[in-house]
Design a protein around this ligand. Structure first.
Ligand SMILES: [Zn+2]
Length: 431
């Protein structure tokens, strides 16, 4: 049992509760009480003095290709079609298991360092992704990516189903779902097959939809339907769906979605790839969303706090209205994403999963602050994240990651050199 002594709590709504002791047992918050109140039946083996710290729920990253941290910076300042067709997909076609494993560890290290306790991953090489998740201890929802246009689609779907069956019960920190890449790489009949499999196994799906205006135009040209309508007609919204992006969702598409549809919004990627101010921004009041990062090759970072910060600033700027998106509202959006994992995380209350950040805001970046949430949203960085805890286990402790990061970084640079020397292969799909 651990005790966080005399902490100031920042709740999921952004409210602050001062002078609290938090007891953590078996991965869950066992008790919260006024600091110093005797709890004789609770005997912590470790006490962290949080007198100078704030404790909040961890952050969640709702959409990441975590392994792509191995490609961070490989394709800068190019248009999306060049980014996909001439850079990322050709390099990805020659990736090794070690690239995926180490790339995923690099991404996880970045996330844990920034207080991210859970990530919804979407990538191939799922055995390596799973290995990295387990080795690190982060909470991960894994959606093995399926490209429907690949000739081996049926084999791949069978392989993913088997992987999910084999690992469904592995760990309380791991959840699994189907990951069709997108509507444009999975035609409707293929989507329907994947959705049928998800229904059979009572699992959700995670896919890219309507990321760019061009994708919507091409879908209308190809099928007469929007990407959302294609998924709807494939039965996709009969299961819970995590939509990556949906930046170019249309008003008519709103009739496709339901209370089990979540959006992972990734503004930094849209800014870097010049994806435009899609209708999502104006429809966002009608959508359940939180923030994702996408892969580090497009976003540069895998930190949802940075995405939320950019989202608020982008809309204040674009709509010439500084009052929009007050910091508490953005904080609540960040916290809302915990619901996707169904792990009981995201709140600081008894019986909640102990997925927490301990913040030190007494640093040059955040001093002097007036409200801890505005300090975190607009000024904080990873140096303010003193501890990151997942299911009661410290994965960052007193400013230092538990994983051996220097070893992982060394391996990352070694693999990066090999990757460039190996060069590009042939992409399986075309953007
Ligand atoms: Zn993505």
């Amino acid at each position: 049992m651990k005790k966080l002594y005399n902490a100031a709590i920042i709740t999921h709504t952004g409210e602050c509760l001062f002078h609290k002791d938090i007891y953590i047992d078996g991965g869950h918050i066992a008790r919260i009480c006024d600091s110093g109140t005797p709890q004789p039946e609770l005997m912590p083996s470790e006490i962290i003095d949080c007198s100078a710290y704030f404790v909040s729920p961890g952050f969640v990253n709702l959409h990441a290709h975590t392994a792509m941290n191995i490609f961070k910076g490989i394709a800068e300042d190019v248009p999306p079609e060049v980014w996909f067709n001439e850079m990322i997909w050709p390099y990805e076609s020659k990736m090794t298991d070690e690239d995926i494993y180490t790339g995923t560890l690099l991404g996880i290290a970045e996330m844990l360092n920034n207080g991210v306790t859970a990530v919804a991953d979407h990538y191939f090489g799922e055995e390596q992704v799973l290995r990295a998740a387990k080795d690190s201890g982060i909470r991960m929802d894994i959606a093995p990516t399926i490209f429907g246009l690949a000739p081996d689609f049926r084999d791949r779907l069978a392989q993913v189903s088997e992987f999910i069956r084999d690992h469904q019960e592995d760990s309380s920190r791991i959840s699994l779902r189907f990951g069709p890449h997108s509507d444009y790489t999975c035609p409707e009949n293929v989507l329907a097959k994947i959705v049928d499999e998800a229904k059979k196994m009572r699992l959700p799906i995670h896919l890219h939809l309507a990321e760019t205006e061009l994708q919507v135009e091409q879908s209308l040209h190809r099928t007469g339907k929007t990407p959302f309508r294609c998924l709807y007609d494939a039965g996709g919204f009969d299961v819970p769906v995590l939509v990556a992006h949906g930046l170019w969702i249309t008003e008519e598409d709103l009739s496709c979605i339901n209370e089990n549809t979540w959006f992972a919004f990734c503004p930094k990627t849209y800014m870097r790839l010049a994806s435009g101010r899609g209708p999502f921004f104006d429809l966002s009041d009608q959508l359940q969303y939180s923030f994702g990062s996408d892969g580090a090759a497009s976003s540069g970072t895998v930190n949802p706090l940075e995405q939320a910060r950019l989202f608020a600033m982008l809309e204040k700027f674009n709509r010439n209205d500084a009052v929009l998106y007050p910091f508490l509202e953005i904080w609540q959006k960040l916290m809302a994403g915990h619901a996707v994992f169904g792990a009981g995380s995201g709140k600081i209350e008894e019986n909640a999963a102990a997925d927490l950040i301990i913040w030190d805001l007494r640093t040059p970046d955040t001093m002097a602050y007036y409200h801890p949430v505005s300090a975190i949203l607009y000024a904080a960085n990873s140096a303010n994240v003193r501890y990151t805890m997942v299911e009661g286990e410290f994965l960052k402790y007193d400013g230092t990651l538990k994983m051996n990061f220097s070893e992982i970084a060394q391996e990352g640079m070694h693999l990066q050199k090999n990757l460039l020397a190996r060069g590009k292969g042939t992409a399986k799909v075309y953007y």
